[in-house]
Design a protein around this ligand. Structure first.
Ligand code: LER
Ligand code: MN
Length: 274
């Protein structure tokens, strides 16, 4: 069964970012449960900023699961990228992600690699070198996540955020070039609206390699507040037998509570449960 989730950011530097709830893990969990979400997706500043026992208790108390844990603070707060020139920075980037895998893994949640993938064409990093560095990291971290029986999630981003992979097709090609089979794609509808010719067709092409969805409208407002055509997207997810999370990574527009309420309404409309 496909499951709903909502994002909670604990990263001060991401206050203006596309997260529904900000700065309050317990409050976000309470609201998520009140509205009927199945899960929360957490964006921590670093792994040790979250007490795993307290997080587990919050999830139990509110009958929620943990959908995923973001790693983006590794870049925005600590300046780490997997494609960096400096070997020690690349190692620190992988170490950072490993600690996030260790946080989410025991709770059944995968780590997401988005902005930490970095890019080529900066600091003299050429495309093949960047690709090799990213692939090496995905191989290692994908296998590392296996101990918790969770995948590693890799997110193609739009062209203004990376030039590693912008589309599902490029993401599929990257994953197929790896020897690990434990990396899946994140289909973020905001990035896809910018980059894909046809969002629903791209989801069908991604098929069982898609392991997570960021549910959001064209303008990064909550689903239903932009011009995204969700009916064919929902049909494509049903057609590929998608049974993971559809997680609201959207601006808290017009505010967090209204964004969460709007998302759950859109979720019920497009993914009705028998
Ligand atoms: C960044 O634009 C994004 O979509 C996040 O999920 C990645 O950290
Ligand atoms: Mn995203």
């Amino acid at each position: 069964m496909l499951r709903s989730a909502v994002t909670i950011s604990l990263v001060e530097e991401a206050r203006q970012g596309p997260f529904v709830f900000h700065g309050d893990l317990a409050g976000g969990c309470r609201k998520a449960a009140e509205l009927g979400f199945d899960a929360v997706e957490v964006f921590p500043p670093q792994a040790d900023a979250v007490d795993p026992k307290a997080l587990k208790q919050l999830l139990v108390d509110h009958h929620l699961t943990l959908a995923a844990v973001g790693t983006g603070a590794g870049r925005i707060r600590h300046g780490l990228e997997l494609t960096a020139n400096d070997e020690s920075k690349r190692r620190a980037a992988r170490d950072f992600i490993r600690t996030i895998i260790d946080l989410g893994g025991p709770l059944g949640a995968p780590a997401i690699i988005g902005s930490m993938q970095g890019r080529h064409g900066v600091d003299g990093i050429d495309a093949p070198t960047a690709r090799a560095r990213l692939s090496e990291a995905l191989e290692e971290l994908g296998e590392y996540a296996r101990q918790y029986d969770v995948p590693l999630i890799y997110e193609p981003l739009n062209r203004y955020e990376t030039n590693m992979c912008n589309t599902v097709e490029q993401g599929v090609a990257l994953l197929r070039s790896l020897s690990t089979r434990n990396v899946r794609l994140l289909a973020d509808l905001f990035h896809m609206n910018i980059e894909e010719v046809d969002v629903a067709a791209a989801l069908r092409e991604g098929a069982d390699l898609i392991g997570h969805v960021h549910f959001v409208d064209s303008n990064r407002r909550p689903a239903g507040c932009g011009h995204m055509d969700f009916a064919p997207i929902a049909a494509a997810l049903q057609a590929i037998g998608y049974e993971h999370y559809v997680s609201a990574e959207a601006f808290p527009w017009p505010d967090s509570d209204a964004a969460a309420a709007q998302t759950i309404e859109a979720y019920k409309k497009f993914f009705p449960r028998g």
